[in-house]
Each structure stands twice: as C-alpha cells, then as structure tokens.
Design a protein around this ligand. Structure first.
Ligand code: HEM
Length: 169
C-alpha cells in the first residue's frame, strides 16, 4: 500500500478505536451505577460482580485509549466555546488520572476484606472490618470521580464530533 493509503488506513482504525474507547467508558459508567444500586439494596454478591465488570470495561478503555495515542490520532477543537471546552477537557483529564488509583484502592480494600472475611456474609469479622471501612471511605471519592470521567468523556467525544478537526493519523 502507498504511504498516503497506509496513513488513511491508520486514521480509519484510530477512529474506530476511539469510538470503542468511548463506548467502553460509558458502559463502565452504567455498570458502576448498577453496582451502587445493588449495594444500596444490600446485594453484595451482585455489587461485586457489577463492579468487576465496571473495572474490566475501564481497563479495556485504558488499552484502547493508549492504542489511540500510539496511533498518533488527535482531534483539535476548532469550535467557538474555547474556555468552556478546555475547562471541561482539563477537569476530565485530571480526574481521569485520579480515577485509576482511586479505583485500585477501592478494589484492593474490597479484595483484602473479602480474603479476611472468607465470604461476603461475614464482612463484620474483626479482621475484615477495617478493609471494608477503608473501602467505604475510598468509594465516596471513586464513584463520583468515575462517573464524572465517564460522562465528560462522552460529552467531549460528542463535542469533537461536531467541532473537531483531525490533526494527524
Ligand atoms: C472499584 C470498584 C468498586 C466500587 C466503586 C465500589 C463501590 C461501593 C460503594 C459505593 C459502596 C457503599 C458504601 C457506603 O454505603 O458507604 C460499597 C460497599 C461495599 N462494597 Fe464495593 N465497590 C467496588 C468493588 C467492590 C468489590 C470488588 C467488592 C467485593 C469483593 C465489594 C464489596 C463491598 C462490600 C462488602 C461493601 C459493604 C456492604 C455493606 O456494608 O453491606 N466492592 N462499595
């Protein structure tokens, strides 16, 4: 294939990778809300499963996002609301970076708690309690940050669909 053809192909692949990245992060947001819904109803088993699905989807998102960066795909904002757009983008990027350690802390404490408890019916066992206390403490930050990142990621994608110009790739 000629170099211009190859570049066009990379651009098409990057576009599809970008679409799937936004799909997976939005789905992870839905799984997260489902997990919160389950724990509110006291269903710990379903909560755990929903949160593992949310975490797996967020991991797939991360891989796709890094692939997109590797392909050199970038869309520049050329719309009229620059201050609004860049405020949204900066808050999104900062909180997306914060979300990874927050999610890992939530998962780590849940995992250690589950190991100490033996099963999810025994989370008040003395060895397990501190882990689930820390889990509850961290998720107060994890859940809103994760949701903000998922929703703004979607919004940014839609904005760039309307006001974006592909720079390279
Ligand atoms: C990153 C993924 C996760 C997030 C964002 C998350 C979020 C939450 C939230 C919002 C609560 C309610 C906190 C409260 O009421 O103050 C909670 C409680 C809980 N979570 Fe998670 N969770 C995650 C993963 C897990 C996993 C993998 C497990 C199982 C090993 C688990 C087990 C629990 C338990 C046992 C509780 C306390 C339930 C109770 O008090 O009856 N969570 N979690």
């Amino acid at each position: 294939m000629s170099p211009p053809g190859a570049a066009m192909m990379t651009g098409v692949v990057a576009e599809v990778v970008n679409q799937w990245a936004v799909i997976t992060i939005v789905l992870s947001g839905f799984a997260l809300v489902t997990g919160v819904f389950f724990i509110r109803r006291g269903n710990r088993e379903a909560h755990m499963r929903a949160m593992l699905v949310a975490s797996a989807l967020a991991t797939v998102f991360l891989v796709l996002y890094l692939t997109r960066l590797g392909l050199g795909y970038e869309k520049k904002y050329i719309g009229p609301y620059r201050v609004g757009y860049f405020s949204l983008l900066i808050s999104h990027v900062i909180l997306a970076a914060a979300n990874l350690p927050l999610a890992l802390l939530a998962l780590w404490n849940a995992w250690k708690g589950l190991q100490a408890a033996g099963n999810l019916g025994n989370i008040d066992a003395p060895a397990a309690r501190p882990f689930f206390q820390r889990h509850r403490m961290w998720v107060r930050w994890t859940v809103p940050v994760w949701l903000y990142v998922a929703v703004t990621g979607w919004i940014i994608y839609l904005i760039l669909d309307r006001y974006g110009k592909v720079m390279n790739g």
